[in-house]
Each structure stands twice: as C-alpha cells, then as structure tokens.
Ligand binder design. Structure first.
Ligand SMILES: *Cc1c(COP(=O)(O)O)cnc(C)c1O
Length: 358
C-alpha cells in the first residue's frame, strides 16, 4: 500500500511554502531574513519573570515550524519517534488537514460511525467530501459488515473514535485491527479519551499498519483545551504529507512553551486521571440509584452517557440551577440520553443533589 497514491493529485504535485529559516543551514546569530521586529515584543516588558517560568522571551521571532523541542518531549513520554508525530492547532486541525490532503472534493468519500464526534462530519461538509454513515450497533460496537458494504474505491478515510464520544465505550480492538488490515485507505483512530481507558493505545502499532493514524489531544487529560494542541501519530509518509499541507507556523510559540512546561508535570496529570476514573465509577453508581435514571452506560472516558425518563426536562432543570450538561437525546441510538462530564468531587456532589431535588 503506497500512501502517496492516496493523496489528492494537487497535493501530490504541491510545492510547499518555504520559510525563511528553511533556506539556510548552520549557525547564525543575526536574523534579518523574516521581516520580524528585531527589537523585541511589548509582552516582554510586562512579564519580567517570563524566563523564570520557562517561557521564551523572543515572541518577536517566528516559532519552529516543526516544533522539534516539543515533539522531542512528547516522544519521551509516548515512545513514538519525532518523525511519526504531527502537531495540530487542536485535533480539529489534523482532521481538516486529512480531508484536504487525501479527499478530492465532490469525488472521494469517508466513513463515519454515528453516534460519534461531530467534527468529522462538519469538516467533511466544509471540504465538500461525501460522508457515508454506518451506525454503531446497539451495543455501540462496529458494524463490520455495514462498513465493508459502504466502502468503495473512492473511500479514503474511516474515522473510529475509541473511547467513543458521546457513548463513552472503547471499540473492540480486534474489530479495529480487522479494518486496519483490510481497508485500503487511512484508518483514523481518535484516542482523545485514551488516558481514561482500560484499553491500550494504538500508537505502538504504527510500524504494523502504514494506513493507521492515531489522534490524541492536550484538551482532555492534559487540561489544556484552551491552548488548542492536538497530536497525530502515523507512519512517515502520512506525517510528511500533513506537514506539507499545514500552515507553516500552525503551532504558536506560547503554545509550544506552555505544553513543554506541562509535559514536565505528568505526575499531576496521572493523579487527576486516577481521581477522575474513581469519580466516574462513584457517580455512575449514585446516578443508577436515582429513580429518574433508566440506564448508565459503562464509560472508558471522562464522561458518562445516562438514559433518563425525561432528558430535555432534566437538562433544563439543571440549567436553571446553573449546571450545564449535554443533551444528546436527539442523537441516533442515544434516545433519552444525557452526557455528563466528570467534574471535581464538589461539582459531582452538586449535580447529584440537584438531580435528587427534582
Ligand atoms: C474533545 C475531543 C477532541 C479534541 O479536539 P481538540 O481539537 O484537540 O480540542 C477530539 N476528538 C474527540 C472525539 C473529542 O471528544
């Protein structure tokens, strides 16, 4: 399987933008090549201790287009080589770039597996790429036969979200392996919630499958949703194509600096993951004891899907108390369901008390 043949024709022939700093090799100390402000940035004057906090001071300079320092730190934690790592302005950028690089608008198609994350469809619509929907089975697992029937020679991508949003379950690993081994396009496994799962990540299988793309994010367990930083891991040809198509400076310097600092603190992240999983199990149990709750779906994520007697009514009553959850009751296979993010212990207690008061 040659990934380069999967690209759109115009991308195959694309001559990428060459940045000022791509064009010299070796050491330099005077940079008069990129029309930057050589004096500095006003930010520096306000934040005297920026350096002490490990934040770079030279925001007047364009950032590293390939984010090598940050990728190096990610590589040390994930065990994935730098050349198999792509960083995007959120996973959302990686999703969009996959469409732009591999899907010919108006001709190619992709497969999504509802109920699932909304951006796969929105991004397809923006890029004018046909979506083929193969609903998950009632147990929220893959309909392998349905997927096989939906695939044709113009199917470029299949998006599998595991653990899945909004259902919370992990997809059976052997089912994903079946698709990886048989599908002739890219299989995108979105592991945004993998840190909360019992299931193993797929990033160890990159050498096994040339068509595997694993997406992870700093928005969930890493607590950095505001930064907009997503990761995609894949074999070298896929990463090279994404790098060719991305905006040259897609990850800004502040994001690179803050993410690097965060990666030094993985102990804190692991601690929060443990607490979140414990809270998830506790909240699930307590919700199940409420008369209004019909079903609590098992979750491998930092949220739970809950079927209640009156979803919209419950949602609105919570809003009146200033507690916001997600009403998913109009989503296929999620009739009567609410999606509840696991909060702090105090927040979860507030939610339970509110529900008990209705
Ligand atoms: C939250 C979430 C993401 C994260 O997207 P970012 O753009 O990285 O914030 C990705 N996929 C799924 C399924 C999610 O729920």
């Amino acid at each position: 399987m040659d990934i380069n043949d999967l690209q759109r024709e115009n991308i195959k022939n694309l001559k990428p933008y060459s940045t000022a700093r791509d064009e010299y090799k070796g050491q330099a100390s005077v940079f008069l090549d990129a029309n930057e402000n050589a004096f500095g940035s006003p930010f520096l004057n306000e934040v005297d201790d920026a350096g002490d906090r490990g934040i770079q001071k030279n925001y007047n300079r364009y950032p590293d287009p390939l984010q090598l320092d940050l990728k190096d730190a990610i590589s040390k934690i994930k065990g994935v080589p730098i050349e198999n790592t792509f960083l995007g302005n959120g996973s959302d950028e990686a999703i969009d770039l996959l469409y732009r690089a591999f899907c010919e608008p108006g001709q190619d198609n992709v497969i999504i597996l509802p109920p699932t994350y909304g951006m796969y469809e929105v991004s397809a619509n923006i890029n004018n790429v046909e979506i083929r929907k193969v609903d998950l089975l009632p147990d929220f697992q893959l309909d392998l036969e349905g997927i096989a029937e939906a695939i044709d020679e113009r199917t470029k991508l299949i998006f599998i979200c595991s653990p899945n949003n909004p259902t919370g379950n992990s997809i059976i690993r052997t089912d994903m392996e079946t698709i990886l081994a048989n599908f002739k396009g890219l299989v995108v496994i979105d592991e945004a919630y993998i840190n909360y799962a019992k299931q193993r990540t797929f990033i160890q299988e990159l050498t096994e499958y040339p068509n595997l793309v694993v997406m992870q994010t700093f928005s969930k367990a890493w607590g950095l949703a505001a930064l907009r930083l997503g990761m995609a891991f894949a074999a070298r040809p896929v990463i090279d194509i994404l790098n060719k198509v991305k905006p040259p400076y897609n990850i800004n310097q502040a994001t690179q600096d803050i993410a690097l600092k965060a990666l030094e603190n993985i102990g804190q992240v692991n601690e929060w993951i443990k607490i979140t999983v414990a809270e998830r199990e506790n909240l699930s149990e307590q919700l199940l004891a409420l008369p209004m709750v019909k079903k609590v779906y098992p979750s491998d994520a930092n949220f739970i899907l809950v079927q209640v007697a009156d979803a919209l009514g419950t949602y609105n009553s919570l809003v009146d108390l200033g507690i916001i959850i997600r009403d998913r009751s109009k989503v296929a296979l999620c009739e009567g369901c609410l999606r509840i993010t696991i909060g702090t212990t105090e927040e979860n207690i507030k939610l339970l008390e509110a529900l008990k008061s209705f």
